[in-house]
Design a protein around this ligand. Structure first.
Ligand code: FES
Ligand code: FES
Length: 132
């Protein structure tokens, strides 16, 4: 059912925990399954120099959080904002259809953290998170 990469990131997740002195924090949840994902970041000069996650959720949520942190670490905010849930799932060699929403949570958590950073900088975050 799960790819080797998913199993690897589930059993040995990267970047677990919370970064020291975060200046970006985002927490999102999925109302249907009840899973919660929290991302903390340290952003310096527009670059995500550190990122860590805490996920209370299923194995696919853990694996997608882990992969998402790897994909945005060391990247600029602009690059991180282009990360889609499909790209996270693809980097994991795919997810079962009923688990794609777990990767959506990872994309949303990254965007929520960056939106929080924008808010702290006095920048309007609505283009990132939309109206909702
Ligand atoms: Fe998320 Fe079962 S639905 S752990
Ligand atoms: Fe809900 Fe995985 S089952 S995030």
């Amino acid at each position: 059912m799960y790819s080797e990469k998913v199993m690897d990131h589930f059993s040995n997740p990267r970047n677990v925990g919370e970064v020291e002195n975060p200046n970006a924090e985002g927490q999102v949840g999925n109302q249907k399954c009840g899973d919660i994902m929290k991302m903390t970041m340290r952003i310096e000069d527009g670059v995500i120099v550190d990122v860590k996650f805490k996920t209370f959720g299923c194995g696919a949520a853990v694996a997608t959080s882990s992969m998402a942190t790897e994909l945005v670490k060391g990247r600029t905010i602009e690059e991180a904002l282009t990360l889609t849930n499909a790209a996270v799932a693809e980097a994991l060699d795919g997810l079962p259809p009923q688990k794609l929403h777990c990767s959506v949570l990872a994309e949303e958590a990254i965007k929520a953290a960056i939106a929080d950073y924008y808010t702290r900088q006095g920048i309007d975050p609505s283009p990132i998170v939309g109206e909702g």
